[in-house]
Design a protein around this ligand. Structure first.
Ligand SMILES: Cc1cc2nc3c(=O)[nH]c(=O)nc-3n(C[C@H](O)[C@H](O)[C@H](O)COP(=O)(O)O)c2cc1C
Length: 202
């Protein structure tokens, strides 16, 4: 069993999404004691944003001459997509920033969406090539989006669901800690709900 654990919070040691994604990992370790867990903190070790020359290095697109720095970026893209494809379970710690995901998480997603590796265009439409895995997203947000008037402002869950479905993954599980900025009571209730959901998520 290979588990890929990705965090994307800018909050360092005080990050709640990191605390909760670590809890998801400890639940998974209890289920799969021999699991091989690969960890990426996308803020501690950021992935550079996609550029034309980095994109040109995606599999099947390698045209032209590239300098040493760009070739290193191509190698990193390859490492990231291979690591993602090799995983059976992906756990993502995803704080909500400005109604969506962190820029660091977006930069990582941009490296793993590769034509011919994780999706293909066919005569019958798009086919995802990364099926068979489970994605667990541990989402943390200051407000409430699972219900009420702000639900339409959640561009995190619909985006991540669409993204991973596009890559062929249908088993996408969301655990939310909501209301973390709404006051002490709401925050502790949000954390309690998320922890209970995490214990049942897999
Ligand atoms: C830059 C920034 C933008 C944020 N934007 C939102 C937002 O759009 N909606 C929301 O509910 N909370 C927002 N928050 C609150 C965070 O989602 C909340 O603090 C969460 O705990 C962050 O997760 P972390 O502790 O893992 O960093 C934002 C926080 C920061 C720092």
């Amino acid at each position: 069993m290979k588990i890929l654990h990705v965090d994307s919070s800018i909050s360092g040691d005080s990050s709640l999404s990191k605390e909760l994604s670590a809890l998801a990992i400890s639940h998974l370790r209890a289920v799969y004691p021999d699991a091989e867990v690969t960890y990426r903190d996308l803020v501690e070790t950021p992935v550079n944003h996609l550029t034309g020359s980095i994109f040109a290095g995606f599999d099947g697109l390698k045209t032209g001459e590239f300098d040493a720095v760009t070739r290193q970026e191509h190698q990193l893209s390859e490492r990231l997509v291979s690591e993602f494809l090799a995983s059976n379970i992906l756990v993502i710690g995803a704080p909500m920033y400005n109604f969506s995901i962190s820029t660091q998480l977006k930069a990582w997603l941009d490296r793993i969406a590769q034509l011919g590796r994780t999706f293909n265009y066919t005569q019958n439409g798009t086919v995802g090539l990364a099926g068979g895995k489970c994605v667990i997203v541990v989402s943390v947000c200051g407000g409430f989006y699972s219900h009420g008037s702000q639900a339409l402002m959640d561009f995190q869950e619909p985006y991540l669901c669409s993204f991973f479905k596009f890559l062929g993954i249908n088993d996408i599980r969301f655990v939310r800690a909501e209301g973390t900025m709404k006051g002490e009571l709401e925050r502790s209730e949000g954390i309690k709900v998320a922890k209970a959901a995490l214990s049942r998520v897999y």
